[in-house]
Design a protein around this ligand. Structure first.
Ligand code: CA
Length: 415
């Protein structure tokens, strides 16, 4: 499958991808879009000009500030729309290819539009599902011999996070302030966070509602996952350290999380499916699953100092998840908790076993013991004001690259 739109070989968005997002221009209110190469495709315009007439759905869902109503059409419809787009932009199809007037109305160069937050996030849950990450944190702060908590190998640990502060790539984040406990002191101090960190994660988005008391199973969980984004779970380590016992993360996390703008569908990710790890001890029956549910998505984190040259500080991979999305969703709903359209569930920091695969500065600096040297000679243990953190996700199969683009955020001083 090849498109008549020119695409560079390193593009995250070939015709095989067709992610969904929301964009606006100076002339247009927010609309649903997809992207091929660097051309944003206005789906409201595509529908208005009759190109989606074979699919029965209300075109109003395409003129929205968020993807929620679009996702709620259901996978049979959204997958049909995705397939129709692939047909329209296939190089063998001349209908739109030969109509330059329609192309002017439908196609926008990505640099001329503003990409917005793709979904209105209902509830947000963050899991803790990478074994190397949980092991590193347990080794640093508890006991290297018993790094994992006793529950960790039996259930996908998670906590409920804050959805109001989840923002799209390009939105700056102010350094949070809060209470911290100085080393060997019993008296907290108040001030700007000194140990500001990122966590490289991926998050999935729920496209359909379940009722109170309903359980999603590992077998049907994929019907309840629309697609994924790259997710940066900003973390204030000093605030987190003082506040988190006994009820878990709170203000050390809720000041901001950043997501990439394009939601890559689970269907587009199918070629990247890879072997799931053997789970030992054996999990309880409701967490058992069939087949492979992990995905080979490279995750790269770059720190770019203000007016400086960037450095890639982590090369991790989503395949390192111990608990997969189907297990996370089955566990999330096993007590009868209902989910809603737009709920976002993040993976937890994704670290690989090797130091260059660690997914947070906490691990890269080993709790501040080591520093990394930037190209300008400055050093980092955590993130400084003026730094921009960029995360990218991509994988490839049979020469076809499927990517997420990036989530890019600059840290501004405390407000
Ligand atoms: Ca996290």
């Amino acid at each position: 499958m090849k498109s008549w739109i020119n695409i560079s070989t390193d593009s995250d968005f070939p015709i095989q991808n067709i992610p969904f997002g929301i964009f606006k221009t100076a002339d247009n209110a927010p609309r649903v879009a997809t992207i091929i190469g660097n051309q944003v495709i206005d789906l409201a315009a595509l529908a208005e000009l009759g190109y989606l007439n074979d699919i029965d759905f209300d075109h109003k869902v395409l003129e929205n500030l968020y993807l929620n109503d679009f996702m709620a059409l259901g996978k049979p419809i959204t997958n049909a729309i995705r397939a129709a787009i692939q047909t329209i932009f296939n190089r063998d199809n001349t209908a739109l290819q030969s109509n330059t007037d329609h192309q002017t109305q439908i196609l926008k160069a990505v640099e001329t539009v503003k990409l917005l937050m793709p979904v209105r996030v209902g509830d947000y849950t963050d899991f803790y599902s990478s074994r190397p990450h949980a092991t590193n944190v347990g080794t640093m702060f508890r006991d290297p011999a018993n790094a994992l908590m006793p529950n960790w190998l039996h259930l996908p640990v998670g906590y409920h996070g804050r959805s109001s502060s989840i923002v799209v790539s390009g939105t700056p984040i102010h350094r949070p302030k809060g209470q911290q406990i100085p080393k060997d002191s019993k008296q907290p101090i108040f001030g700007p966070c000194r140990l500001l960190d990122f966590e490289v994660e991926m998050a999935f988005i729920v496209p359909k509602e379940t009722g109170l008391g309903d359980n999603i199973t590992t077998a049907n969980a994929e019907d309840h996952i629309f697609g994924m984004v790259v997710f940066n779970d900003w973390s204030a380590r000093d605030i987190q350290k003082w506040e988190y016992v006994p009820l878990g993360p709170f203000l050390g996390k809720s000041f901001g999380s950043s997501v990439s703008p394009w939601v890559v569908t689970l269907e587009a990710l199918k070629p990247l499916v890879t072997k799931s790890p053997v789970q030992d001890p054996k999990v309880l029956p409701y967490l058992e699953f069939e087949g492979d549910k992990n995905y080979d998505v490279n995750l790269e984190v770059e720190i770019i100092p203000e007016n400086g040259e960037g450095k890639v500080v982590s090369n991790s991979n989503y395949k390192y998840m111990y608990w997969n999305m189907c297990q996370q969703l089955a566990h999330h709903t096993v007590n009868g908790c209902n989910v809603k359209v737009g709920d976002m569930m993040a993976s937890g920091t994704i670290s690989g076993p090797e130091p260059h695969e660690y997914g947070s500065m906490l691990e890269i600096s080993w709790a501040g013991k080591n520093s990394i040297t930037m190209p300008d000679g400055s050093t980092r243990k955590f993130i400084q004001d003026g730094d921009t953190v960029v995360m990218r996700g991509f994988g490839s199969s049979d020469g076809v690259r499927i990517g997420f683009g990036e989530v890019r955020s600059k840290i501004l001083p405390t407000k």
